[in-house]
Design a protein around this ligand. Structure first.
Ligand code: ADP
Length: 531
């Protein structure tokens, strides 16, 4: 029940941390999206200005690029009334020349073509560059009405600039004649304009429009945009174009402004979104980590408090029992009603209980001093062998009571130590060994010296129940006693081994345990020799 309410409160804590984080993440995400939209809108406004400026400048300059193409009468029908037409098959050069040079050949609309055709034919038969140019001039400027596609192809198969402009002029005229009226036209991606004029047709070539556009683009540099023209009526708006402006010349042409690299805007926004997500995840991670740490330390604190309460209960019990029995026995002795044999036994028991009390009180006091950092260690040169022997003697009565034999293997060893503390450590180890070993068993204590490692070791081996692997590290924690308090058979407070550990560490050494359930235990203090 307690456990479930604890995990529930942890779940509540999780929700308390995660909900604001989730809200933060959503807000951050929406913020990044709004920022992206704002960037697009900003670019759109820039493009609007850019498009308008470009359109205005282009409209100003476009009228200057207007060309006028003359309207000519239809070509005369070939062979209209001259016997010389017969020579136009080109077989008789002399007759052709005569036709070309005849003065009357140029006097009539029908005569000029004939003369020109004759010259064309001569050129075809005997090409000369100079003559070709003259002929071109004659045909295009003096008498363009006689030109036909096949004639032009013969004259200039590759197509010179003059011919191309002539063609455009004719195309403009044809368009106007076709009834489309003046306006902009698209030729592929090129725009050109044609309108009627008294003499013929006004038009702007696609090349001129493109050139003007290129010049104006150079004057209005903008790192983000590219521009182009499209026809309004045909609705050929490019999908990448997001702003356009009418060009105030002619009819139906629009200026399109495109973003040079639309991906870069999205990529920057996405980068920002990724950073936001990373930051929120980091924050979430830190919060969760912090929460787990707090949760763990709270649980540890709780556990420690439980163990402390247990400790207080154990200490009170451990103190009360010997004091009560000492008082009872002392009262009986004082009353003088005790047989001499029993009196002797009472004295022995009082001494034993007194020793137990003194160990216990010593442990509790030292534990408190070490906890508060008030313990003063008195390091002095000490005959360790003598110290161990003395301690064994002190513990002898307790062992005898349980018919336990204390054996020892003691080497001579000297080191600078806090003798009282080392004795206290050994008493604690022996007390545990006696407490946990079966009656009639033997406990072996050994003191040895390792000259090579410059350490001395003190170990206590007992044939007790042993200690499970998972408990071995924990038994050195203060107040820790394995198992269930109610079912425990041995008494204790859970500070004995933690004190032994503190004493070993205060001497620069350590305490270890080697044990297996059912096979006894060996506790060893290993401490560097110090002089
Ligand atoms: P206490 O003996 O007062 O409970 P200690 O700190 O001395 O406290 O020991 C902690 C625990 O370690 C004991 O409760 C016991 O379970 C275990 N322990 C200590 N010494 C031995 C031993 N010689 N044999 C088996 N278990 C031991």
């Amino acid at each position: 029940m307690k456990q479930s309410s604890r995990s529930l409160s942890f779940a509540v804590q999780l929700v308390i941390v995660l909900v604001p984080l989730a809200v933060l993440a959503v807000l951050a995400w929406r913020g990044a999206r709004a920022q992206e939209r704002a960037v697009w809108e900003d670019l759109g406004r820039d493009a609007e200005l850019y498009a308008t400026a470009l359109a205005d400048r282009l409209a100003l300059r476009l009228p200057d690029a207007v060309e006028i193409s003359a309207r000519y009468p239809d070509p005369p029908s070939p062979g209209a009334g001259s016997p010389m037409d017969l020579v136009l098959d080109g077989k008789d050069i002399a007759a052709l020349k005569q036709l070309r040079d005849a003065p009357e050949a140029g006097n009539s609309p029908a005569g000029l073509p004939r003369r020109a055709l004759a010259a064309l034919r001569i050129m075809e038969l005997a090409p000369q560059e100079q003559a070709a140019r003259e002929l071109e001039h004659l045909l295009i400027l003096d008498c363009p009405s006689i030109l036909t596609e096949s004639g032009l192809a013969k004259l200039d198969p590759e197509g010179t600039e003059v011919l191309r402009s002539w063609r455009r002029g004719q195309a403009a005229i044809a368009l106007l004649d076709g009834g489309e009226g003046p306006g902009w036209m698209l030729e592929g991606f090129k725009a050109w304009w044609a309108g009627p004029d008294e003499k013929g047709a006004k038009f702007i070539s696609p090349e001129a429009v493109e050139q003007l556009l290129a010049e104006e683009l150079k004057k209005l540099p903008h790192r983000d945009f590219a521009a182009g023209l499209s026809l309004e009526e045909r609705g050929s708006t490019n999908s990448a174009a997001f702003r356009s402006s009418p060009v105030a010349f002619g009819k139906g042409l629009r200026m399109e402004v495109r973003l040079r690299d639309p991906k870069s805007v999205a990529t920057t926004a996405r980068g920002q979104q990724r950073r936001v997500i990373a930051l929120v995840s980091l924050a979430a991670g830190i919060c969760l980590g912090g929460l787990l740490l707090i949760h763990r330390s709270l649980r540890r604190e709780q556990k420690l408090n439980e163990m402390k309460s247990q400790f207080v209960a154990s200490v009170s019990h451990e103190l009360r029992a010997p004091v009560a029995s000492i008082r009872l026995m002392a009262d009986a002795l004082e009353a003088g009603k005790v047989a001499p044999e029993t009196a002797k036994e009472f004295h022995r028991l009082i001494a034993r209980e007194g020793a137990r009390l003194s160990t216990l009180v010593g442990n509790v006091l030292d534990h408190a001093r070490i906890e508060q950092g008030r313990k003063i260690w008195k390091m002095e040169p000490c005959d360790l062998a003598a110290l161990v022997k003395d301690t064994l003697q002190v513990m002898e009565p307790l062992a005898n009571e349980r018919k336990i034999h204390l054996e020892a293997g003691i080497s001579a060893a000297e080191s600078s130590v806090d003798a009282d503390a080392i004795q206290q450590a050994l008493v604690n180890l022996l007390d545990n060994a006696i407490k946990f070993s079966p009656e009639g068993s033997t406990i072996f204590t050994s003191l040895s010296l390792d000259e090579r490692l410059r350490t001395w070791s003190l170990s206590v081996n007992d044939p007790g129940p042993g200690i499970a692997k998972e408990e071995q590290a924990r038994i050195f924690e203060r107040f820790y006693r394995p198992g269930d308090e109610l079912r425990r058979e041995t008494q204790g407070t859970g500070i004995g081994l933690s004190l032994v550990k503190s004493i070993a560490e205060a001497h620069g050494g350590r305490v270890t345990v080697s044990s297996q359930p059912g096979q006894g235990s060996t506790f060893t203090l290993s401490i560097p020799i110090s002089s």
